[in-house]
Design a protein around this ligand. Structure first.
Ligand SMILES: [Fe+2]
Length: 447
């Protein structure tokens, strides 16, 4: 049983709850969704006699292990379950199709009958409450999940009718702003969460969070920060107007395809102005200029940019490049935070505004939170934060021993001199999002 199987199960459950609320039992679409739900349930259980999926404080747990990615990705179904007062679902192998149908109908609210067959039980194994007060982490995670939902909704609306609702995006940015800035290390750690399936949403949200952090770092006020955060979150919304065949095109684009691709900043800016009005001129400017470069190169160029882009666009574009490099894409491997910082530094004064580069590197440090470091002892540690005003040490947790054994994160104050290399999550076999859910890490980033 793994997190991946749980995600497939929840995706199928979500689909089934939609179908049962629209069509009666026996309808071909309901049957099809039911078949998919059955097979994902089988895959989730494997050879185990039972699986318990539980909810505790806005996060999913499978057999008491936190599922960090699932909790962010499937926030919608999590809230539907909470609305029906379901805190845990116990699935007993083999689960009957009738119980799966009843469960879906109950969650969808079309029936108040709980599964009668005995292979699915609600609230039989509620989670123990941890002694740790992790409400700060939970509200941060909730804001992040809410931001993903708002972006999904805006993107769907944009694809369907070329417009979207600005208010929900702004509300999510305000939520992120209020939850994130008191806990900057935890927030930066959260931006190391990536998704291959929903690259654009996670990237846009990470860009939004880091832009808020950098804006705050250089002394901007909340009103300006919200405009910047919205611009960062929506910077690529114009891509919904570019054909999928071009967006997903493997390899080099032809001249015509490239021309079409380059329309997305203008498309995005136009949609933001239509949705947000004059109050969102700055937000629209960021979308328009996020590929414009400090030296006047980039696009949309052709003489429209006699001078360098707006300072806020310059801020967002530094982070856009940083976050893109640190994310694995189908056509290239991810870079480590240090490699990404290096690219940013080399572009200072040409691609990027030197002041923004300096501020960004000052904020991130050479090993930003979430960096996975190989130590001189052979252990692997993840950086959690940098002690204020201290450039020679880091706060970190050891996650893998010298002999390669994964352990409960062990906090340590680390001298930077002890770092001998930097690893990617895949290479280290360590998932920063999972570590983020563990007590040792939370004590460090919140205490
Ligand atoms: Fe873009």
């Amino acid at each position: 049983m793994s997190e991946n199987e749980t995600r497939n199960f929840l995706k199928a459950l979500r689909r089934m709850t939609r179908q049962v609320s629209l069509y009666p039992e026996g309808h071909p679409l309901t049957d099809e969704a039911g078949t998919i739900l059955e097979s994902t349930t089988l895959a989730l259980l494997g050879h185990e006699p039972e699986a318990v999926l539980a909810i505790n404080e806005d996060s999913f747990y499978l057999d008491r292990s936190l599922l960090p990615h699932t909790s962010l990705e499937h926030n919608g179904i999590l809230r539907e379950l909470q609305a029906r007062a379901i805190n845990s679902i116990s699935l007993k192998n083999p689960v009957s199709p009738g119980d799966l149908f009843d469960m879906s109908a109950f969650i969808a609210g079309v029936s108040d009958d709980i599964p009668a067959g005995g292979t699915i039980r609600f609230n039989e194994n509620p989670l123990f409450r941890t002694s740790l007060d992790n409400s700060a982490m939970n509200s941060l995670r909730r804001s992040y999940a809410g931001g993903l939902d708002a972006l999904r909704a805006a993107t769907t609306r944009m694809s369907n009718d070329a417009s979207f609702d600005m208010i929900n995006v702004v509300k999510s940015v305000q939520g992120l702003l209020s939850t994130s800035l008191d806990h900057s290390s935890a927030t930066l750690l959260l931006t190391t969460v990536k998704s291959h399936d929903e690259y654009t949403f996670y990237h846009s949200l990470n860009l939004c969070i880091m832009s808020l952090a950098l804006g705050k770092f250089i002394g901007l006020g909340d009103d300006q920060l919200v405009l910047i955060g919205a611009g960062a979150a929506l910077h690529d919304i114009g891509k919904t107007r570019v054909p999928a065949s071009i967006l997903n095109h493997p390899g080099r684009l032809s001249a015509d395809q490239w021309k079409e691709m380059k329309t997305h900043p203008q498309e995005g800016a136009t949609a933001i102005m239509a949705a947000g009005g004059d109050a969102h001129e700055v937000t629209a400017t960021i979308a328009l200029e996020h590929h414009a470069r400090y030296d006047g190169s980039g696009y949309p160029g052709n003489g429209d940019f006699p001078s360098a882009p707006h300072a806020y666009s310059a801020l967002v574009s530094v982070i856009d490049v940083y976050d893109s490099i640190t994310t694995r894409r189908p056509y290239r491997r991810a870079g480590t935070p240090s490699e990404a910082l290096d690219v940013v530094l080399r572009g200072s004064g040409t691609d990027f505004h030197p002041d923004m580069v300096r501020a960004f590197i000052e904020m991130m440090g050479i090993y930003p939170p979430g960096s996975l470091l190989r130590l001189d002892t052979g252990e692997i540690a993840m950086v959690t934060s940098r002690p204020a005003g201290n450039f020679s040490e880091l706060d970190a947790v050891v996650a893998v021993t010298a002999s390669g054994e994964k352990i409960e994160p062990e906090p340590l104050r680390l001298e930077v001199d002890r770092v001998v290399g930097q690893l990617l999550p895949d290479e280290a076999g360590v998932d920063p999002a999972t570590l983020l859910g563990q007590d040792g890490v939370q004590h460090q980033v919140f205490d």
